[in-house]
Design a protein around this ligand. Structure first.
Ligand code: OOG
Ligand code: MG
Length: 263
């Protein structure tokens, strides 16, 4: 079901992508379109993806968001969502991220999966997700809602590509069979002080569940996770706001550390 016209989808996608490109916060789109539904929201997100791809910006991965209780509580919402990662979002471990191109960034410690084979729902399980996995790697996601004060409802944030802004992949990969991701501890430090701590089980009980849920959510839109896809499984802890000058280091049990500096 959809409530918006094709022309409205296009207009809202352009509106939200311009807000991203100009670092200009806007009011949440459900204020203007209170009846829009989830299909409309994912249609707008797909349209933003098409706009970027038509300008030669490749899509390099997918993400799940709001998969942990800490994140759902922080944002006042109650169900996971998914988005896409354009190549322009990638930043290097140990590198610098300019805050000039961002509105009000926050950092999340996550674990990412890279698929070896395609994964299709419905009825995809965590076990099937593990079998389809090539390797896992630590990751940071830098989210930056295009909405004023980071306030939104689920439909608005889905349309805004789930606040995707930047991401960093760790430098050490591991076979999924070599780690227990549920008990994997994570410590996130901001400027040398502990800002958040957590364990992998915060993500739907097991981050592999997040990958399975992504396949199942995609299936409802006749899509799937292709082989070789980088998948962010969602913040393990609440997100940490950052400003120019801040240094974030996240340490993952068995997966090494990731550092980025905001300049
Ligand atoms: C939505 C995106 C949340 C995560 O890992 O939970 C997310 C937001 O909080 O802006 O990426
Ligand atoms: Mg995230």
């Amino acid at each position: 079901m959809s409530t918006l016209t094709e022309a409205q989808i296009v207009e809202l996608a352009e509106h939200l992508e311009q807000a991203e490109l100009q670092n200009q916060a806007v009011v949440k789109i459900t204020d203007q379109y209170p009846d829009m539904d989830y299909d409309d929201a994912y249609d707008i997100q797909d349209r933003i993806r098409q706009q970027k791809e038509s300008r030669g910006i490749r899509t390099v991965g997918l993400k799940m968001g709001l998969t942990s209780f800490a994140k759902m509580k922080q944002m006042g919402v109650d169900s996971p969502i998914f988005g896409f990662l354009p190549e322009t979002a990638h930043c290097a471990d140990g590198g610098e991220i300019s805050t000039d191109g961002l509105i009000h960034p926050k950092v999340e410690a996550e674990v990412a999966f890279v698929t070896r084979t395609a994964l299709r729902g419905p009825n995809c399980t965590a076990e099937m997700a593990r079998e389809a996995t090539d390797f896992v790697v630590a990751a940071l996601e830098i989210i930056d809602s295009r909405y004023e004060n980071f306030r939104f409802d689920l439909r608005s944030v889905v349309a805004d590509n789930t606040s995707v802004s930047r991401y960093v992949s760790g430098s050490r990969i591991a076979a999924i069979t070599d780690l227990d991701l549920r008990s994997m501890g994570v410590v996130m430090e901001k400027n040398g002080e502990v800002a958040q701590t957590g364990a992998g089980a915060a993500v739907l009980g097991d981050p592999a569940e997040s990958v399975a849920m992504l396949a199942n959510m995609l299936a409802a839109r006749d899509q799937f996770i292709p082989a070789g896809t980088f998948v962010l499984t969602g913040g393990i802890t609440a997100a940490v706001p950052v400003d120019k000058g801040d240094v974030i280091t996240a340490r993952y049990q068995g997966l090494g550390a990731i550092t980025v500096r905001f300049v």
